[in-house]
Design a protein around this ligand. Sequence first.
Ligand code: SAH
Ligand code: SF4
Ligand code: F3S
Length: 475
Amino acid sequence: MSSNKVLDEQRQGEATMLDTIEKGAKKLYLESYGCQMNFSDSEIVASILSERGYATTRNAEEADLVLLNTCSIRDNAEQKVRNRLTHFNAAKRKKPDLMIGVLGCMAERLKSKLLEEEKLVDIVVGPDAYRDLPALIEEVSDGRKAVNVLLSREETYADISPVRLNSNGVTAFISIMRGCDNMCSFCVVPFTRGRERSRDPESIVHEARYLHQEGYREVTLLGQNVDSYRWNVSKKGDVIDPDKEVVNFAGLLEKVAQVAPDLRVRFSTSHPKDMTDEVLQTMARYENICKYIHLPVQSGNTDVLKRMNRGYSREWYLQRIDAIRRYMPDCAISTDVIAGFCGETDDEHADTLSLMEEVQYEFAYMFKYSERPKTLAERKYQDDVAEELKQRRLSEIIELQNKSSLRRNKAALGKTFEVLVEGLSKKSDEKLYGRNSQNAVMVFDRGDIEIGSYVMVKAVDCTSATLIGEVISKK
Ligand code: SAH
Ligand code: SF4
Ligand code: F3S
């Protein structure tokens, strides 16, 4: 399986264990769920705990500490974690010293409920409180339960150098901001991650440079809404310190692109209401900024978008797609779609299908609407689309997207792409996989090609998910 595929599955809420850090007396078993930011946070947690003598293990049975970094985005994401907690609690009955902790968005959402009502865990730590983990573990060792779910306006963990755990040594994530100030009515993230704040650009560039020196060849800049990245400028646009540089997302992207021509740069997630032409122009100017944009649409109907509080209309979104195509005719575009949001009619659903037909996305993450406690939608609207109808609409969306992905891949046949080699193909040790700039996964013969190198690969065959390639030349 390609790492791209792994990521796709991670985003659907699959768990991934981290690779091991070997030294250390005590053993930490860490499982992560949810979005890329959570996986990135787990690398910060591992870093904080490695300094306190914790080595990570892939074997939960030998662990002294089990931590689940959790996601609350949809109800099924939380259910998965509850099942895992039940499982680890059974193990704890045989090994009473075992500590079990919940980190991340579910910790923030449920706070001490997980300790008091459900008695499933010893430690509950929200996304802005990871520096406090060693102290909380101490408290548990002294026989107490420990909670810290304080959200912060400042914390970006900028000075902590993440331990690259589940790594292929080629691609890495860099968090550039935390939190989200949008209030999409369906979304729990503003409640679990707190206010939006951007990380010091210098520390971001420094991390990119360090990764490049270590042999990494691709970085993905992460944020819930990367287009609202801003440094040294207030939300209203006032400069904070006149002696210092003001940096917006386009500026940051450029700085990271200049680290090295052979370091690819990706980013996620763009927001249609905030994505500027300046960002698109910067992307077009630098060959090493990958020609791929994830631009979640959620719905193709303006009234639904209004109920979702997304801040743009169907027309605005399509105009953004036109702008992408104008600056970068070869840019791939993917999206997120929600089926069956509150009050969605057949006609409104049909607008989502027609928009997808029009854009012809390379890829999409597609979900059934899941009502989340405390969100605007929960307070204001009825979750009134019947489960069966949601499922039917989702199936139609998925079917349409599969056709679109296949059509996109077929259009790539015969073309040659520069591919960054990421690793051995899951299916065969004789094959390698990597991605082209457009984020399409390509599989090709191994020969004597090294992982982490660039090769020119011609697409000769495809499925809807993968391009089968022939190596034309090494770079
Ligand atoms: N910050 C990103 C999205 C983060 S959440 C953005 O604004 O685009 C990832 C995706 O999960 C969202 O794009 C949305 O499609 C989906 N999602 C979020 N809340 C959901 C809910 N309550 N039910 C179903 N899907 C949801
Ligand atoms: Fe949620 Fe909207 Fe923020 Fe994305 S932009 S994290 S969907 S509130
Ligand atoms: Fe899930 Fe939290 Fe990410 S809710 S999607 S882990 S920000």
